[in-house]
Design a protein around this ligand. Sequence first.
Ligand code: 5GP
Ligand code: ZN
Length: 110
Amino acid sequence: MDCIFCKIIAGEIPSDKVYEDENVLAFRDINPQAPVHVLIVPKKHMRNILECDAQTAAAVTEAVGKVARQEGVSVSGFRVVTNCGRDGAQSVEHLHFHLLGGDKLSESMA
Ligand code: 5GP
Ligand code: ZN
């Protein structure tokens, strides 16, 4: 399958990894939108949140907490976003959650 995140998970494309467990890989976004911008990605390929099962949602949620603490933003705060489909401006069709922080983020969500 021609999926860039599956290739990163397989180690075929390098990434700046910040966290990994059995179900999840987290790495820095190549084009950061905030001082901390980490992508939290289930290892199992699924296109977007509409295909996300409960086990994956739990694994990602746990990883969010670990990455936020590790990156030092759990006290100051952060934002988690997943874009879905055309109107959601999703550009990579492998489910991923953006963890953004390290500075005061925009009050605007869209
Ligand atoms: P989306 O627009 O689908 O919500 O987010 C995709 C994100 O993946 C973008 O923020 C983009 O910068 C990031 N991205 C795309 N290709 C790569 C890559 O090869 N490596 C890394 N680390 N990030 C990528
Ligand atoms: Zn994939």
